[in-house]
Design a protein around this ligand. Structure first.
Ligand code: 6PG
Length: 462
C-alpha cells in the first residue's frame, strides 16, 4: 500500500510526487492524461506507483488515504472530486494544491465535510524547481486532518535558513488558498516595483542591461536579498538565441496574468482594504496591454541623472517592497476579522521565507515583527519597519520626483509613497468628501468633536 497519492502529473504534480518520494514515502500517481502516467512509470521505482484508473489509484492507498490533487483550478477540481467521492472512505484526506479561488475552497470544504472527507485547500508556491526541491505550502482546512498529513508536508516543504519548514496550519476552510492569493498579490506588487526601478535605471541612468544586471546582483547580496531581485539580474543578463541582443530587449512589454492578483483586489474592494500598491500592480498589467504606443520615448540627458541614483533606488525599492508586504498582511488582518479566521501572521511569514516566489530576507524581519506582537495593526507600527520607513522615505520621494521629471510612470512606487503619507496621517482631507456628500444627498457625517450622526442644512448663497 502506498502512503501518499497525487492526482495530476504535469510539471507541478510530477515534481511534488518525486519530492514526497525522495523524503522516504511511497507514492501513487494518477492522471486522466495517460502519457503523464507513462512518464511516471519510466522511473521504474517501487515507491513511485503509476496507476491508470481511478479505482486502481484509490485502492492502492493506505487508509486514511492522503491524496494531493494538483490540477488546473476551476471546474476540473470539482470534476475530480465527483469522481473520487464514491471511491473514498470516511476520514480520507483530499488536498487541493492548485491556485483555487478561496470561495470555491470554502464551498468544497463544506461539501466534502458532509461526506466525512477532510478537505484541505493548500496554496503551493515555488514553481517547478520548488515543487521538486521544496515549495512553500499554505494549508487551510480541518486542523486534525492537517496534523495527520503534516509529517509529509513538513518533509517536502522548503526550509528557512534556520531549518524551519515553510509550512504551518493556516486556518479553516478556504484560508490557505486565501493566503496563497495574497502571496500572489504581493508577488504582483514586487514585480511591478522592480520593473519601475528598471525603467528609472535605463531611462534616467542610461545603464546597459549588463550594468543593470550587476546592480540587481549586488542588491541581492544585501538587505534587498529576494528571489525576485535575484532572477531580475538573470533576466537582464540573458542573451537571445535568435539575435545577438539581450533577450529582455525583444520581450514584448505586455504583462499577462492568470488572475490570482486580480482576485486579491476584488476581495480588497469587498473588505475596504487599502492595498494601493497591489491594486496599481494589477492595473499596470492592464495598462501594458492598453497603451497606445505612439508617444516618443522620453529623452533624458545622462548628465542630469543624480550621482547617487542607484543608492536612492535601492532605498526606494526596499521601502516599496515593505509596503507591498505590509499591505498583504493588512488585507489578511481584515479578512481574518471578516471571515472569522484566527490567522497566525508569523507562521505565514515563515511559510513564505523560503521556497516561494516572494521569499526574501525581509520576510525574516516580518516574522520577527509578528512574533513580537501577534496583533500588530500595521507592519509599519513595528519598531523595525518604523525605522525602515524613516530611513528610506526621503529616497522614495526623491525617486518619484526624478521619475516624474523624466516622464517615467511609477504607479507602484508612487502608490507606496502615497500609502505611507496617508496611513499615519490624521489630517487626510476626506472631511471635504463627507461635506459634499451631505450637501448633495443628505448622506450625513460624523464629527471629530462629539459622537453621533449629523446633517447640515446647507444654504445656497444668493
Ligand atoms: C507561485 C506563483 C505561481 C504562478 C502565478 C503566476 O507562487 O509559484 O505565484 O502560482 O506562477 O500564478 O501568476 P500570473 O500568471 O497571474 O502572473
Amino acid at each position: 500500500m502506498q502512503q501518499f497519492g497525487v492526482i495530476g502529473l504535469s510539471v507541478m504534480g510530477k515534481n511534488l510526487a518525486l519530492n514526497v518520494k525522495n523524503h522516504g514515502y511511497s507514492v501513487s500517481g494518477f492522471s486522466i492524461d495517460k502519457p503523464e502516467v507513462d512518464a511516471l512509470a519510466k522511473y521504474e521505482d517501487k515507491d513511485l506507483k503509476p496507476t491508470y484508473t481511478w479505482e486502481e489509484f484509490v485502492n492502492s492507498l493506505e487508509k486514511p488515504r492522503k491524496i494531493l490533487v494538483q490540477i488546473m483550478a476551476g471546474k476540473p477540481v470539482d470534476e475530480t472530486l465527483q469522481k473520487l467521492l464514491p471511491l473514498l472512505d470516511k476520514g480520507d484526506i483530499v488536498i487541493d494544491g492548485g491556485n483555487s479561488n478561496f470561495y470555491d475552497t470554502n464551498r468544497r470544504y463544506e461539501e466534502m465535510e458532509k461526506h466525512g472527507i477532510h478537505f484541505i485547500g493548500m496554496g503551493v508556491s515555488g514553481g517547478e524547481e520548488g515543487a521538486l526541491n521544496g515549495p512553500a505550502l499554505m494549508p487551510g482546512g480541518d486542523e486534525k486532518a492537517y496534523e495527520e498529513v503534516s509529517p509529509i508536508l513538513e518533509a517536502m516543504a522548503a526550509k528557512t535558513p534556520t531549518g524551519q519548514p515553510c509550512v504551518g496550519y493556516i486556518g479553516p476552510a478556504g484560508s490557505g488558498h486565501y493566503v496563497k492569493m495574497v502571496h500572489n498579490g504581493i508577488e504582483y506588487g514586487i514585480m511591478q516595483i522592480i520593473s519601475e526601478v528598471y525603467d528609472v535605471l535605463r531611462t534616467v541612468g542610461h545603464y546597459s542591461n549588463d550594468e543593470m544586471s550587476e546592480i540587481f546582483k549586488n542588491w541581492d547580496k544585501g538587505a534587498l536579498q529576494a528571489y525576485l531581485i535575484e532572477i531580475t539580474a538573470k533576466v537582464l543578463k540573458q542573451k537571445d538565441n535568435l539575435t545577438d541582443d539581450h533577450i529582455i530587449d525583444h520581450i514584448l512589454n505586455e504583462a499577462s496574468y492568470k488572475g490570482t492578483g486580480n482576485w486579491m483586489l476584488e476581495d480588497a474592494i469587498r473588505l475596504g482594504a487599502p492595498i494601493t500598491v497591489i491594486a496599481e500592480a494589477v492595473l499596470a498589467r492592464f495598462m501594458s496591454k492598453a497603451t497606445l504606443r505612439d508617444d516618443p520615448e522620453p529623452k533624458i540627458d545622462p548628465e542630469k541623472a543624480p550621482k547617487d541614483l542607484v543608492d536612492q533606488l535601492a532605498k526606494a525599492l526596499y521601502l516599496a517592497m515593505a509596503v507591498s508586504y505590509g499591505q498583504g498582511f493588512e488585507q489578511l488582518t481584515m479578512a481574518a476579522k471578516a471571515y472569522n479566521w484566527r490567522l497566525h501572521y508569523s507562521t505565514i511569514a515563515q511559510n513564505w521565507e523560503a521556497g516561494c516566489i516572494i521569499r526574501s530576507q525581509m520576510l525574516h524581519d516580518i516574522k520577527f515583527a509578528y512574533n513580537a506582537d501577534k496583533d500588530l495593526p500595521n507592519l509599519f507600527k513595528a519598531p523595525f519597519f518604523d525605522k525602515v520607513k524613516k530611513e528610506n522615505i526621503s529616497a522614495l520621494r526623491e525617486v518619484v520626483k526624478i521619475a516624474a521629471d523624466a516622464g517615467v510612470p511609477t504607479p507602484t512606487l508612487s502608490a507606496a509613497l502615497n500609502y505611507l503619507e496617508s496611513i499615519f496621517n490624521p489630517r487626510l482631507p476626506q472631511n471635504i468628501i463627507q461635506g459634499q456628500r451631505d450637501y448633495f444627498g443628505a448622506h450625513t457625517y460624523q464629527r471629530n468633536d462629539r459622537p453621533g450622526t449629523f446633517h447640515t442644512e446647507w444654504y445656497e448663497e444668493k
